[in-house]
Design a protein around this ligand. Structure first.
Ligand code: CO8
Length: 269
């Protein structure tokens, strides 16, 4: 059963750039510019960040699911929108601010990826936490074909995800990885048949949503730290967060439920 929540803002051409709904404890957002393969323009990114923040603040939502459509997750930043920009206008409009807002979302984000995930689309995918890819997914950073380079984290997150040799191969040639190659390289979590990519991602989101909402957020925080610290600092950070969870009711409930052989009732506190 799905119910519409916050109405996404209409854009000038009356298209809804994203569609948002809830399904139990899962907040679902769909990118909605199918005619341009969900190209990411600043208005869409703004609506996306705002809706992510709405779900992040909603205590009934435990997990966020972000999806494109069957043909495209997102084929990149909107090239038409960028073509005539100057360095100064790009600087002034600071469109990465919306990306930073998405990076700050605490709840886990599951990506349901089918078709093209290119350029900024690949970078948006890498901002998500668990990536379920259809076998049809084509993933790449083809900015080199249009005279630029990745700018929303591609050179950094892709390299951390798949290593320097493969990242160089992808970024400097502009070639696309198949879903299978992306899975083998550690870029996506799972590959599923194309008919099931959305349902498989939703099923996983619901499985996750049954866990302690607090533990989900803190575990996400700890895993992401692995990209930012030395091993020793990361282990120290993890240990502190692990201790912190012992201040939660969910830790008591989860462990007592195990001992008492019953299902836990988590409250997110
Ligand atoms: N931007 C704008 N429009 C797009 C984009 C895009 N990234 N991708 C596709 N479209 C449009 C096409 O122009 C076309 O529109 P129309 O029907 O009006 O001609 C429509 O979507 C369908 O596309 P195609 O007809 O080209 O479909 P094909 O199946 O033949 O090809 C491809 C699909 C291979 C995906 C092809 O469209 C393509 O190469 N697209 C561009 C991919 C690309 O270069 N992406 C990187 C863009 S740059 C970027 O992402 C920088 C990110 C860093 C900054 C982030 C925020 C600032």
């Amino acid at each position: 059963m799905t119910t519409a929540t916050t109405e996404p803002k209409p854009m000038t051409d009356s298209e809804q750039l994203i569609l948002a709904e809830t399904d139990g404890n899962v907040g679902i957002i769909r990118l909605n510019r199918p005619k341009v393969l969900n190209a990411l323009n600043p208005a869409l990114m703004k609506d996306l960040a705002s809706q992510m923040e709405v779900f992040d603040a909603d205590e009934n939502i435990h997990v966020i699911l972000l999806a494109g459509n069957e043909r495209a997750w997102a084929a990149g930043a909107d090239i038409g929108d960028m073509a005539e920009q100057s360095a100064i206008s790009m600087y002034e409009r600071d469109q990465f601010a919306t990306w930073d807002r998405i990076k700050r979302v605490k709840k886990p984000i599951v990506a349901a990826v089918s078709g093209f995930a290119l350029g900024g689309g690949c970078e948006l995918m890498m901002l998500c936490d668990v990536i379920i890819a259809s076998e049809t997914a084509q993933i790449g950073q083809p900015e080199i074909n249009i005279g630029v380079m990745p700018g929303a984290g591609g050179t950094q997150r892709l390299t951390r995800a798949i290593g320097k040799a493969k990242a160089m191969d992808v970024i400097l040639s502009g070639r696309f990885l198949s879903a299978k190659e992306a899975e083998q390289a550690g870029l996506v979590s799972r590959v599923v048949p194309k008919e099931h990519f959305f349902d498989a991602a939703l099923k996983l989101a619901h499985q996750m949503a049954k866990k302690s909402p607090l533990a989900l957020k803190i575990a996400k925080d700890s895993v992401l730290k692995a990209h930012e610290t030395t091993l020793a600092e990361g282990l120290e950070y993890e240990r502190k967060l692990f201790y912190l969870l012992f201040a939660s009711e969910d830790q008591k409930e989860g462990m007592r439920a195990f001992v008492e052989k019953r299902k836990p009732q988590f409250k997110g506190r």
